[in-house]
Design a protein around this ligand. Sequence first.
Ligand code: AMP
Length: 249
Amino acid sequence: SNNWYIALFQFRYITINILPNYYQAKKLFLKEKALKNYRFEDLNLKAPFLKALNEEGYTSPTPIQKETIPLVLQGQDLMGMAQTGTGKTAAFTLPILQKLNANQSTEKARDPRALILAPTRELAIQINESIRKYGQYIAIKHTVVFGGVKQGPQVKSLTRGMDVIVATPGRLLDLINQGVCSLNKIQFFVLDEADRMLDMGFIRDVEKVIKLLPKQRQTLFFSATMPESVIRFSETMLKSPVKVKVKST
Ligand code: AMP
């Protein structure tokens, strides 16, 4: 009867403690396996982008890329909760470049059609570098503008005509006020690291920029955290957004 009691105890222990963990681990394993089998081709990305991604050595999309890229290609506004390191830059850069490329501008001194705002110059430079990498096989003109440096070279590149501008808010407003750059033709607006943007006190500048954007546009809003203040801020610029949330890897 002692053995019977031990067996009963073991059975209870396994069903309560081990089985749920086993099923959870199995679910996670299958999810990761499915993600590994998922390819960039499945996201409707075109050949020039697949080639660039292949050269970067990326074998499969990250979770934020898998969720975001099809939504952006469909024209959805988006509110993404994702940290740096999740692959979020490619998640918004690739579909925007593909859409811009599908509708190439023939004017030389054209106004920008996509604007990406970032809170710091380091992040802005990094995003511009990603555009260079992912867009290397298409003819898209892009540049980055940020404060703390002479504006001469930035003015020069903007007057040459650009498809995409990556900017920090203060310097962008300075350049707009001087008539160097116009936001009248913006079709895609990305606000990256919105929570940091608020923490660093850029809310007024961002609001001024938003007032200058056409009402008819696609807006993508990214933040690592979503406190009430960030959600309220997002509501001033998004139209029926799809919400995407990923954990950092
Ligand atoms: P981000 O979160 O955009 O700052 O990206 C973090 C890092 O992940 C960057 O160094 C990217 O080059 C890299 N990365 C982005 N997408 C992928 C991918 N699908 N596979 C492997 N690395 C990636």
